[in-house]
Ligand binder design. Structure first.
Ligand code: ATP
Length: 247
């Protein structure tokens, strides 16, 4: 087997020097796969993604144990920007678009760490519009006045402008109607198969995530309590009972 693209080994995360939130989490994302990180509200999904992207510092969080490797190289000490240059980018929960900028301006902000030429910018933008035709139609609209689904698409599109090999996607389904959620997951699947983008996807919507993911990890109270192929997890009785609301 080849080494995983991303590998997290036994990480511990503490907020404010005292609040132990991740209690030894290990997981892997193989090259070219979609991996779902599942679990209830507060289980530690966002914290795991932020530990990888190094966005924890801003929230007074710290990785106090363990190792994070991307392409076999330790990345725990990199800044978020240096990680983007290595090809890893996070799309934050809650989307965080610049409300007063147009959709296209929002997309263009995603490329700034990469120092692209005009023609590269243009071709990345065309690539984003190929996957998100809806953003192309709405490109001149002020982001703050677009729908929740369009803002989520803009957030993913902005990340794509940096040409990542891996996207850390936090709760893409949050607050969106089921039909839009499907639309977004279809695009994620497409990006995965056609642009070879690997995904680590945090989701509370277990059912949908397992339909699109290859592999899943279930977090509970800062620990991985179950892991397996997405299709196996989706049919596992315990998973169904506890996380799908089916008994
Ligand atoms: P959600 O779906 O709500 O984002 P989650 O599984 O992503 O849930 P986290 O956001 O990672 O969970 O939160 C895990 C735990 O860490 C929670 O108990 C939360 O209250 C706590 N926590 C998160 N951020 C901080 C912070 N900045 N300071 C202190 N505690 C925090």
């Amino acid at each position: 087997a080849t080494a995983p693209l991303l590998s997290i080994n036994n990480i511990e995360v503490i907020y404010d020097h005292v609040i132990l939130v991740l209690k030894g989490v290990s997981l892997q994302v193989p090259q070219g796969k979609i991996v779902a990180l599942l679990g209830a509200n507060g289980a530690g999904k966002s914290t795991t993604l932020k530990a990888i992207s190094n966005l924890l510092r801003a929230e007074r969080g710290d990785v106090t144990k363990g190792a994070i490797e991307f392409r076999g190289e330790r990345v725990d000490r990199l800044t978020p920007n240096d990680l983007v240059k290595k090809g890893v980018i996070q799309v934050m929960e809650g989307r965080h678009c610049f409300a007063h900028l147009s959709i296209e301006e929002n997309l263009l902000t995603g490329a700034y760490t990469r120092h692209l030429s005009r023609s590269e910018l243009k071709s990345n933008l065309d690539m984003v519009y190929t996957y998100f035709p809806r953003l192309k139609e709405r490109r001149a609209s002020q982001a703050g006045y677009t729908s929740g689904g369009e803002q989520q698409m803009t957030a993913i599109g902005r990340a794509l402008m940096a040409k990542p090999s891996m996207i850390l996607l936090d709760e893409p389904s949050m607050g969106l109607a089921p039909q839009i959620v499907e639309e977004i997951f279809e695009i994620v699947k497409d990006l995965n198969s056609k642009e070879n983008v690997s995904f680590l996807l945090a989701e509370q919507n277990t059912m949908v995530a397992l339909r699109y993911a290859d592999f899943g990890y279930i977090l509970e109270n800062g620990r991985v309590v179950m892991e397996g192929d997405a299709s196996d997890l989706a049919t596992n009785e315990d998973v169904k009972e506890f996380y799908l609301g089916v008994s």
